[in-house]
Design a protein around this ligand. Structure first.
Ligand code: EPZ
Length: 456
């Protein structure tokens, strides 16, 4: 791993180590602020490589995935200047060069974002080498849609042990259909089609807010993209794109996580920067489960309603459905609802692994392999992708280790609910998607400390 990346990943606020010791059992109250989305900003940065002009991105959160993307751009010769406090980030891609396998090796297995570099690098250099991908272990997470689309654009691919080598003398628009509305594959097609020759038609596309935000940024750069009512996205390739100024999309996943913490602990949290329009499906489920919210000009108040929490039946899905990344914090909140709730996870086949630790703390969550909801892709494949949550169950503090980002936040909620002390290790994984996490716990009057880390 190269020195600067090593330094970044070793920075205390980005390391995965450290243990969060929480004294739970009391409501949390206070105000926090949410900035640019972990699942948006790295894509905004990739889009900035499609031009030889400067791009400025504002309201960028100080999270590990952004830091890794900045290191990746620097490693291929780009200039990235960031101010973690005011959230500004400037991309200067004028001097980037193709990524060598040696450079790529430094970024193996630490993020999923590098796969999205294919289009920009192929357009710029006619070749690209992409390292093996990392990311949360919540299912198989194949990239077959990405590779099939790149071949349709005219790229040749050579899959190697340490990554994928791609070449393309000329990228042409294509008619592409996704078997499943994959967010990443939709981003892959858009980021490649905007400079490809001719028109690209993408059907069964993902239309998450993060996708719309990327399309907005590309439109400012001069791209010609239309989104049709039946989730078909049409892109007319252009010769050249320009730089732009882009304000990052607020992180709707972080907003929902804190909302669940408020209702689960019977507290009240104001989330500054929360955008109502990105949260419709979440707020419908939140209200049905006994959450209460109030939208203001600068953010949203979240609390438990007077009637208390009650059980719901829920199915995750692609936008505009209930987002899979909301599932873990929501399920933890439902352990305190009076009755039996059902959650059917239809996006990732392995996203309930975290419930075993919650059951160790006192939750009563049973997993099933059948579809407890409409028939989905995982129905006959023996994946435990449905959960039955019986509550309310008192939770006792325990020692648990965080396996992935969103499960990590659900463990923090469990620690906040539980009576006594909880030790939650690998707390650094939270920093991948929740900036200034320690400071936020402090502003919410949480009784905690971080141990096992040289520098807080
Ligand atoms: C993005 O992942 C997000 N990550 C995920 O957030 C999010 O859960 C997911 O979109 C769905 O909304 C980032 O943006 C960095 P997908 P991505 O391609 O793009 C199938 C978090 O916690 N699939 O939509 O990798 C496969 O079944 C993370 O912030 C293929 O079959 O998601 C997969 O389960 C977790 N072949 C499903 O689509 C492919 O080539 C969803 O994947 C691609 C996808």
């Amino acid at each position: 791993m190269n020195a600067t990346l090593q330094n970044t990943l070793n920075a205390p606020r980005y390391r995965n180590d450290g243990t969060l010791v929480i004294q739970g059992g009391r409501p949390i109250h206070g105000t926090i602020k949410v900035r640019g989305a972990k699942n948006s900003v790295p894509k905004n940065m990739v889009a900035a490589l499609l031009t030889e002009e400067i791009t400025e991105i504002r309201s960028v959160a100080d999270v590990r995935d952004v830091a890794i993307m900045a290191e990746l751009v620097a490693a291929i010769g780009g200039q990235v200047t960031r101010n973690a406090l005011d959230g500004s980030l400037t991309m200067d891609p004028r001097h980037i060069a193709p990524m060598s396998p040696d450079t790529a090796a430094h970024f193996s297995d630490i993020s999923r974002i590098p796969i999205l570099l294919c289009g920009p690098l192929l357009h710029r250099f006619g070749e690209a080498f992409i390292p093996n991908l990392g990311g949360c272990v919540i299912g198989a997470r194949p990239i077959d849609f990405h590779l099939a689309a790149l071949k349709q654009f005219g790229a040749t691919l050579e899959e190697r042990a340490d990554g994928i080598y791609l070449t393309a003398t000329h990228l042409r628009g294509a008619r592409i259909n996704l078997d499943f509305p994959s967010v990443g594959a939709t981003e892959q097609v858009i980021l490649t089609a905007v400079l490809a020759e001719g028109e690209t038609e993408l059907s069964n596309a993902a239309v998450e807010p993060e996708i719309m935000d990327l399309i907005g940024q590309l439109q400012k750069m001069g791209a010609q993209i239309t989104v049709e009512t039946d989730r078909v996205i049409r892109i007319n390739g252009v010769k050249k794109l320009r730089g732009c100024v882009h304000v990052a999309l607020p992180d709707r996943l972080e907003v929902a996580s804190w909302a669940c913490a408020a209702a689960a602990t019977d507290g009240e949290i104001f989330v500054e920067g929360a955008r109502h329009g990105d949260l419709f499906a979440f707020l419908n489920a939140y209200m049905r489960a006994g959450g209460d919210f109030e939208v203001t000009e600068t953010g949203i108040w979240f609390r438990r309603s007077q009637q208390g929490l009650h059980p719901v039946c829920l199915e995750t899905g692609v936008h505009p459905g209930f987002m899979t990344d909301w599932q873990q914090p929501f399920a933890t909140m439902l352990t305190q609802a009076a009755g039996v709730s059902i959650i059917h996870e239809t996006v990732y086949e392995g996203r309930f692994g975290y419930v075993h630790a919650l059951n160790k703390m006192g939750a009563n969550i049973a997993l099933r392999t059948d579809c407890l909801g409409s028939r989905c892709r995982f129905g006959r494949l023996n994946h435990e992708h449905s959960a039955i949550i019986s509550g309310p169950t008192p939770m006792q503090g325990s020692h648990i280790a965080i396996p992935d980002l969103r499960a990590g936040f659900s463990y923090v909620i469990a620690g906040l609910i539980a009576n006594g002390t909880s030790h939650i290790s690998n707390i650094g994984l939270i920093q991948r998607g929740y900036e200034f996490f320690n400071e936020k716990l402090t502003s919410l009057n949480v009784d905690f400390e971080i141990t096992g880390r040289n520098n807080k």
